[in-house]
Design a protein around this ligand. Structure first.
Ligand code: FAD
Length: 587
């Protein structure tokens, strides 16, 4: 059965697809015993930034491709993204703007040990050379592939906007145009202004979803992969997957290969805590959710058949947008560049648009105990990009020596905890008053804030406000006298013009005029930069360093690569799709 683009995005054909699926045993003891419900050459798991290119490449080469997607819509975090696309290496786009780039330059940039950000994080030191070489060689072809499949980038010179560890030699960042597609954030088509300048993942994923439909990739929405089928538990080839759909298990045979493109592990608390024990449950506002979740299901399924993890040092590295300071407050999902509005398909899950903070001078941020912990205007982590290090010379010891030290520690302080022996910093609250509401031009009520679920509070006095803060992640009550003392001390810093506790540059505004507000401002997890071990062909590798025949992975499911985002994901999807058909399983 084929689906059009709208069906793939909205799940319109899901019911019909369910009818084709039969009930199957969930986990047969041996490969021979498996009752296959669906047959394909290539099975792609996940319909986001890596999965769609992988599926299109394989299908256009004449293979029967089934793509399973857990959600009722495709797009993944790719469609939520800012559409900032750093594919370089000599693209036609770079050539048009006179930028000289090459695969060798991309490789050199992304393996440069000497690059260190202002907080000491080394962007490229821990990258796997084989994986970077493959990316460098496929960067430009992947861009031409996206272009040929309807992705349009804004017609302006490549720049650095949104770049995270993308290399410092030349600008590579392009920006996907929404064209005439509806935006998943609003449910509305882009406005003329947005069409002219908005960079958005809608402009990346809608065209790819349409291209997949046109190529007759069979997309099964609301089909969640639960396990991989391998001939032996840790031997032989991967021969298919088991998916859950409508409460039933279905087995899908992959005659050539399975490609894992499930995204990373940001939404899986136990998995993400392997990298960083601080990342406990309260970090529930993961960027890209509630549109789709990166629950480590690809990594877990791979590990269950023997796969290795890889490049783990990149994941907790304090760089770029791995963890971000919230950009909006008062709702669960506070990622700076993603707001779901009423009209969005997922607004019922997002529940609030959030209040965008224009100036952190307008709030103080406090922990569960009502105590400040850092200068509120402090930035989040930095990362390398063209122009960050003005005198960049590849491989020079001066790159680190010339970098001006700036620790970027708001996030570290927010996650410090309250000294009760527990991991995780607990909720962080932005406290502000009626004057701040005026200055920021906020409208602090639904649908902008989520009072009903404990992500926003309002009271006439600070003591009442502290008492009201009760929600599942506030594991201790906030002592009212603490909040009163914190605000009184902060107000004294406004009088003196000096923040004696945290060095906030000249505190400007007292918190004095009721009503008073407490808005959820807890750090936002954003990226996964470690995952399954792959080689240059995106084949998954086991704990003995051997290829697992018939199993491929790309995007955030895969490890060994520190770069944020859609360039890595689309390029690895492109590589995986190409090699899965060239080097199918031999068992
Ligand atoms: C708000 C936001 C802004 C961003 N902005 C940028 C940007 O401007 N530039 C940039 O380079 N990067 C950006 N990124 C990062 C970028 O979007 C991701 O790195 C990229 O989408 C990862 O691609 P992926 O294919 O690995 O995962 P995804 O795109 O998330 O796709 C994974 C898909 O797999 C599905 N899935 C998961 N588990 C299963 C399962 N068990 N069975 C079936 N399906 C499953 C998911 O539902 C999802 O649809 C942004 C991310 C977010 C969240």
């Amino acid at each position: 059965m084929t689906m059009n683009r709208r069906d793939i995005l909205t799940g319109g054909a899901g019911a019909a697809l369910a009818a084709t699926a039969e009930i199957a045993a969930t986990s047969p003891a041996s490969a021979q015993a498996i009752e296959w419900n669906i047959d394909a050459d290539i099975v792609v798991v996940g319909g986001g930034a890596s999965g769609m290119p992988a599926a299109i490449v394989a299908r256009e080469a004449g293979n029967k491709v089934v793509l399973v997607e857990a959600e009722k819509h495709a797009g993944g975090h790719g469609i939520c993204s800012g559409g900032n696309l750093p594919l370089g290496g000599g693209t036609s786009y770079q050539k048009k703007w006179g930028i000289k780039d090459s695969p060798d330059l991309v490789y050199q940039d992304l393996t440069d040990w000497s690059v260190v950000s202002a907080n000491g994080a080394a962007d490229y030191r821990y990258n796997d050379r084989e994986i970077i070489r493959a990316f460098a060689d496929n960067c430009a072809p992947a861009y031409e592939f996206l272009k040929a499949h309807g992705v349009v980038v804004h017609d302006k010179p490549p720049d650095t906007q949104g770049g995270n560890s993308v290399g410092a030699s030349v600008p590579r960042e392009m920006h996907c145009s929404p064209q005439d597609w509806p935006l998943i954030q609003t449910g509305q088509p882009a406005t003329p202004e947005q069409k002219a300048s908005l960079s958005t993942g809608n402009g990346l994923m809608h065209p790819l979803i349409e291209a997949a439909a046109k190529a007759e990739v069979e997309v099964l929405l609301e089909h969640r992969m639960k396990t991989l089928h391998r001939q032996g538990p840790h031997s032989g080839a991967v021969i298919g997957i088991a998916v859950e759909h409508d409460g039933k298990m279905i087995n899908i045979r992959a005659r050539k290969a399975v490609i894992l493109c499930t995204g990373g592990s940001t939404s899986n608390v136990n998995f993400r805590r392997m990298f960083d024990p601080r990342l406990t449950e309260e970090y529930c506002g993961v960027a890209g959710t509630p549109w789709s979740y990166q629950d480590a299901s690809g990594e877990l399924a791979g590990m269950a058949v023997g796969a290795s993890l890889w490049g783990l040092a990149n994941n907790p590295a304090e760089m770029g947008s791995v963890i971000t300071k919230p950009g909006t407050i008062g709702g669960q999902f506070g990622y700076v560049n993603l707001q779901f509005h009423p009209g969005s398909e997922v607004f019922d899950k997002a529940r609030a648009v959030g209040l965008r903070v224009k100036d952190w001078q307008n709030v103080v941020t406090v922990n569960m105990l009502g105590k400040r912990f850092y200068d509120e205007t402090g930035p989040q982590y930095a990362s390398d990009n063209y122009g960050v290090n003005k005198d960049y010379v590849p491989g020079s010891y001066l790159n680190a020596k010339n970098m001006k030290w700036n620790p970027h520690n708001w996030l570290a302080a927010a996650m410090q905890g309250i000294g009760d022996g527990q991991n995780g910093g607990g909720p962080i609250w932005a406290i502000f008053d009626a004057d701040a509401v005026e200055r920021e031009k906020w409208d602090p009520k639904a649908p902008n804030v989520d009072e009903a679920n404990g992500f926003f509070y309002k009271a006439d006095t600070l003591a009442e406000l502290a008492k009201k803060i009760q929600m599942r992640f506030q594991r201790v009550p906030m002592p009212p006298e603490n909040l009163e003392q914190t605000v009184a001390r902060y107000n004294s810093f406004v009088d003196s013009g000096k923040d004696d506790d945290f060095g906030k540059p000249k505190p400007l505004f007292k918190i004095a005029k009721g009503p008073f507000y407490a808005a959820w401002a807890t750090p936002v997890l954003h990226d996964t930069r470690a995952g399954l071990r792959i080689n240059a062909k995106c084949q998954v590798v086991d704990m003995n360093g051997e290829i697992i025949p018939g199993l491929f992975a790309g995007g955030e499911t895969a490890g060994g690569f520190s770069m944020h985002g859609i360039a890595r994901a689309t390029c690895q999807g492109y590589i995986a799709g190409n090699w899965a058909i060239k080097e199918p399983r031999r068992a």
